[in-house]
Design a protein. Structure first.
Length: 221
């Protein structure tokens, strides 16, 4: 019997979850860029609820080869803490921290009832109507590109970053503005220049809400 993510509290460690790894990324050590400081994951359960999980460098060797993005696993025994990251990739304000007592078992048998929910889209009205917008939360968004500006460069403290501003529309013609930075620019510009006026729909993960002149826009972090 498995627990569900929304049942998790900080009162105990022996939670047992059946979860899909939606995103997995390595965080580099800021003092030693060649070393990995932690592995950060976004997990979702059968209901689609999500939580962030961290594997710190102290236990990294025990787990790093076991977990793959989009894999389905039984995971149990964590330290549950408040998520104090500057930006949270889920609405859940708790975080799972792996220890030497944590256990991971890959689910190798096919489970058609457990679907991969890669995106967790927020509607445009969430930003347009300013419905309790949390600027520390990262979310997914999808829309049609209806307008875009030229590539620009932002210089700060001797470093330059390129960016592009675009306008997005949803299926109800609601519109929001978005700013793509860095690698996002390299990914989207070739599509814009070769579209021949074809419709371009983009799905973006882990975007941040940004308030500008009393309106919210989105941008990648």
């Amino acid at each position: 019997m498995s627990d569900f993510i929304n049942d998790i509290t900080i009162t105990k460690m022996n939670w047992k979850l059946k979860v899909m790894v939606v995103r997995l990324g390595k965080v580099k050590d800021r003092f030693n860029p060649n070393s990995v400081y932690s592995i950060e994951m976004i997990l979702h359960d059968k209901k689609g609820d999500r939580i962030q999980a961290s594997i710190s460098c102290s236990v990294l060797t025990q787990f790093k080869s076991e977990i793959k993005e989009y894999g389905l696993y039984f995971m149990q025994n964590f330290i549950v803490s408040k998520n104090t990251f500057k930006f949270r990739p889920t609405i859940n304000k708790l975080k799972l921290n792996f220890t030497l007592r944590s256990c991971i078992t890959e689910v190798t048998l096919s489970d058609r009832s457990f679907l991969l929910m890669l995106f967790h889209f927020r509607p445009f009205t969430y930003l347009i109507n300013k419905i309790s917008v949390d600027e520390t939360e990262l979310f997914d968004i999808i829309g049609e590109i209806v307008n875009f500006d030229q590539i620009q460069t932002h210089n700060m403290e001797g470093n330059s970053r390129k960016f592009i501003n675009i306008d997005l529309a949803d299926d109800e013609t609601n519109k929001i503005s978005a700013t793509f930075w860095g690698e996002f620019v390299d990914q989207i510009v070739p599509q814009l220049l070769s579209s021949d006026n074809q419709t371009i729909v983009v799905a973006m993960q882990l975007m941040q809400a940004h308030k500008f002149q009393d309106n919210y826009t989105v941008r990648n972090t």
